[in-house]
Design a protein around this ligand. Structure first.
Ligand code: G3P
Ligand code: MG
Length: 247
């Protein structure tokens, strides 16, 4: 039985800021998340063409902004003019794509913990892992609770490890092969972030016995969230802020 690494994070984490209750990956979403009492947010970060770290889930701008094409093909000055709220509803008209720096300021000043999912534009995995880890190290310097860096991309996690070895890392996966322990060890991860349907109590105990924390995503059914928490999952990442109480 290995000792578990520190986990200074709440059990409940608001997915993409406020799940589906506000435009994802915006500061407006984070304010909604905070209004539901959530003390930790997960969000997706990638790079503009000139390597400014911004929040955006997709490689393309089309679904969640009034822009077109890949975010990685445009300088930040162009991305800053886009509307990332109107696609969701008129009430959020004019909400910008936030920079990671602005999100650091907001979360730190509101005592909200951050799970930065490094979501590289395909082909830019290493560059994105390095740049986001560097920015996180700078922006969260001296913070009492460090941001948790996570990614599906092993190359991004490896780059983050090189750049900011002391920041905690989690590997996100929706498939678990027999090498998961080696992968977590090699990347120096504190946690594995599993699609919640992969989890059962025995597997959770096994992962804990190996010395790793477990986050489950994206859990929107309150009964399932309660079951996972009863089993001892370390964090549940959810869209259902209105159904799953943060307290
Ligand atoms: O961090 C876990 C979860 O956010 C991964 O899925 O596609 O919502 O970023 P996705
Ligand atoms: Mg995500």
């Amino acid at each position: 039985m290995q000792t578990l690494p520190p986990w200074p994070y709440p059990h409940l984490v608001a997915h993409r800021g406020a799940g589906t209750l506000a435009p994802e990956n915006t500061l407006a979403a984070m304010r909604v998340g905070a209004s539901f009492g959530y003390k930790m947010v997960e969000f997706d970060a990638k790079l503009s063409q000139d390597q400014v770290a911004i929040l955006l889930h997709d490689a393309e701008l089309d679904r969640t902004t009034n822009g077109r094409g890949k975010a990685a093909d445009q300088p930040y000055a162009a991305l800053a003019k886009l509307d990332a709220g109107l696609w969701f509803s008129a009430a959020f008209r004019g909400e910008p794509i936030p920079t990671l720096e602005a999100v650091a300021r907001y979360t730190l000043s509101h005592n909200i913990a951050s799970n930065i999912e490094i979501k590289p534009t395909p082909g830019l995995e290493g560059l994105t892992g390095t740049a986001i880890a560097r920015q996180a190290k700078h922006d969260w310097h001296g913070a009492s609770v460090p941001p948790l860096l996570s990614s599906f991309s092993l190359a991004a996690l490896e780059a983050a490890q090189q750049e900011a070895p002391t920041l905690p890392r989690g590997w996100i996966t929706s498939k678990l092969d027999e090498n998961w322990r080696q992968t977590l060890r090699r990347l120096g991860c504190v946690s594995i972030h599993l699609h919640h349907l992969l989890l059962n109590e025995a597997l959770l105990n096994d992962i804990h016995a190996g010395g790793f924390r477990v986050a489950a995503w994206t859990v929107n059914d309150p009964t399932r969230a309660a079951t996972l928490l009863r089993w001892g999952v370390d964090s549940v990442i959810t869209d259902a802020l209105d159904l799953i109480s943060a307290e």
